[in-house]
Write a new protein. Structure first.
Length: 155
């Protein structure tokens, strides 16, 4: 029994050390979500101050842009979702280019695609987009499983 306690303590210490390392090295994720929040604030402020109207865009507070003909009328939430998707794509590119922040980016790309799809609304037919997102998620899981270096499940 004392041996089991030592292993549990060792495992717990290693887990805490790993979590600290992940948090320390994942500043990029914090920066990304900070930019998404700032983007949302800028979009709301621009709408409230009439900046979009001065550019000829008719912004509505709800969700808009159901069809291509509605391009002149765009929703604030659509703009926020579109910007969040673009910011997540930029995070993914940074993760691929900077070795210090490299990690699996498949999930981030899927979330970015969903945000961009929501932002562009009528340009994507959701009856096609959702199956493509599910296929991409499945391919991501499959690739992660095939590339796993734990011996392929051999004990």
């Amino acid at each position: 029994m004392p041996n089991d306690m030592q292993f549990e303590e060792k495992d717990e210490k290693e887990l805490m050390k790993h979590d600290e390392k992940v948090e320390e090295n994942d500043r990029l994720s914090s920066i990304t979500w900070a930019f998404i929040l700032m983007w949302a604030g800028v979009v709301f402020l621009a709408n409230n101050l009439g900046w979009f109207a001065s550019l000829g865009l008719d912004m509505v507070m709800g969700w808009s842009f159901e069809t291509l003909g509605d391009f002149g009328s765009f929703g604030v939430w659509n703009m926020i979702a579109l910007g969040a998707g673009v910011i997540l794509v930029l995070e993914t590119i940074a993760r691929l280019l900077i070795p210090q922040y490299r990690r699996n980016v498949g999930g981030s790309l899927i979330v970015a695609a969903v945000f961009i799809g929501i932002g562009l609304g009528g340009w994507f037919n959701w009856s096609y987009l959702w199956p493509v997102i599910l296929i991409a998620a499945g391919v991501n899981i499959l690739i992660k499983g095939l590339l796993r270096r734990d011996g392929g499940g051999k004990e």
